[in-house]
Structures are given as C-alpha cells and as structure tokens.
Write a protein that binds this ligand. Structure first.
Ligand SMILES: [Zn+2]
Length: 263
C-alpha cells in the first residue's frame, strides 16, 4: 500500500498566518485530518504528523521525522499570506528542486484548477530564489530539475533522507475572495488532494457517500465581521494616498471600495 505522511502546518503557540479571526493552524489541522481520514478509507497507509493543537517541531524537525518514517510521499498543508498585499490568490505547490516525477503535482494542479483555485508550482532554493516548475503532460515529469539546496526545512530535510515532500499552500488567507473560495468548498479542496494522490499512486478513488454534493458549494455561513473603515473620499487619489499610508504602516488587507451615494 502506498504510504503517505500528512503534516498539518504550524500548531500550538505557532498560529501561522492570521486574518479576520481565521488562524492558519486551525485550517491546516482541519484539512490534514480530513485528508488523512479519506486516504485511509481508500486504502493508503497514512501518518498524520500533527493531530491536535500542539507544537510538534519546526519545519526542519518535521522534515527529519518524515525522513525517518520513509513514506512514498509527504505533504505539508499550509495557508498562504501575502503580507498585506491582499491581491494574490490560488494554491501554490512547493516541490523539491531535484524532484523529477510530477505525477502528484500534475493531478493536483488539474483538480485545483477545476475549483478555480490554482496558482503555480514552485521550487525555492536556499538562496531564496524561486523557480517555476513546468510539467511535461506526456511524461508527467518536470521539464527541468535543479541541484541546489532547498529553502524550506521540511522539504530539504525530507529530501536528504530520500523522501519527496511537497508544501501545499492552499489559498491566500488575506485575500477575502480566495478565503471564501476556500471556505465555501473546503471539502472539495480535501477531495482535490485525495483524488490527486489516488491517481498518482494508481489507487481506486472512491467518493465518500456523504460527499455526493461535494461539487456544489455550500451556502455561505453567516458570521459577523467587524470591518475597520478609516474614511470616505470623493476623490479617488485621496483614497489612494490614505491606502498607501496604511500599507506603509503595515496594516493588512487595506482596499478601496467604491460606494455609490445619491446627491
Ligand atoms: Zn504556513
């Protein structure tokens, strides 16, 4: 049976990204737990690295743990944040620089694209440099590999032990559109990962009975958010000046919203 390690990013004192009351560590735990359950139903052997809200080590320590476990593949679930830009959206997949096989990434890209939720596949070198990874759809291999050391500890240390570990940054928490794309169809993101792993490892994917409506977005849950408004301007340039000042002061998620008023 294929053996997968599923890591839920962050945990305990390490909240990860944080936006409007949503914490990365809660989302990653929820998704990792669901993915683990679904993979086991399908017949995978799975170790979930973090199963509750505790701190289980930094990225490098988790990478070393993955190397010890020797799975066929490891995935580390995360949520992205653009640090106040609020414009980027979609899932990013980070793969080891030297990884050649792109089976899982190809299918995951395909599944996430169906959800209108895919952005890009990257590798990142220790120097900080990003590399776009492209897949040959005929061979399901990356068109190019690199021999540099990986930037992310979990990818680097797992790879040192001969294990391929992907980081899946599911969406941008500080982009409200992206956040609601996720919240409205969280289980569809779970299934996207499960389908991609099933295809990559030639496992017979079976949709769980209660997931029969998974393709239909669930209605929005009603929650109250307290939006901080800092002014209204009839001149767009004035509004932009205030927006820039707030951005310089590191306030996240500052945007301009046109409001029509009759006069
Ligand atoms: Zn993270």
């Amino acid at each position: 049976m294929p053996y997968i390690v599923v890591d839920a990013g962050h945990g305990g004192w390490d909240n990860g990204a944080h936006y409007n009351g949503h914490r990365e560590k809660d989302i990653t735990l929820r998704v990792a737990t669901k993915v683990t359950k679904r993979l086991r139903e399908i017949g995978f052997t799975v170790t979930q690295l973090r199963t509750d809200d505790t701190y289980v080590g930094n990225a490098s320590a988790r990478g070393r743990q993955i190397a010890e476990l020797q799975p066929n593949l490891a995935i580390s679930i995360h949520v992205n944040s653009s640090g106040g830009e609020g414009k980027l959206r979609g899932a990013e997949i980070y793969v080891p620089l030297a990884e050649d096989s792109a089976r899982f990434e190809y299918y995951l890209q395909e599944e996430l694209s169906h959800l209108n939720a895919f952005r890009e596949i990257y590798s990142r070198a220790y120097t900080g440099e990003f590399y776009d990874r492209h897949i040959n759809p005929q061979t399901l291999r990356f068109t190019q590999t690199y021999s540099y050391t990986d930037y992310y500890g979990i990818i680097r240390e797992a790879w040192r032990g001969g294990v391929s570990c992907d980081i899946i940054e599911m969406f941008y928490l500080d982009n409200e559109g992206d956040l609601y794309t996720f919240l409205n169809q969280e289980d569809a993101y779970v299934e996207a990962i499960v389908v991609a792993l099933s295809k990559a490892f030639n496992m017979n994917y079976e949709r769980e009975a209660r997931h029969e409506v998974v393709d239909r977005p669930e209605p929005l849950k009603t929650e109250t958010y307290y939006r901080v408004v800092c002014g209204s301007y009839s001149d767009l340039n004035e509004a932009k000046k205030v927006q820039q000042a707030l951005a310089r002061a590191n306030y996240p998620g500052v945007w301009i919203q046109p409001v029509e008023t009759k006069r």
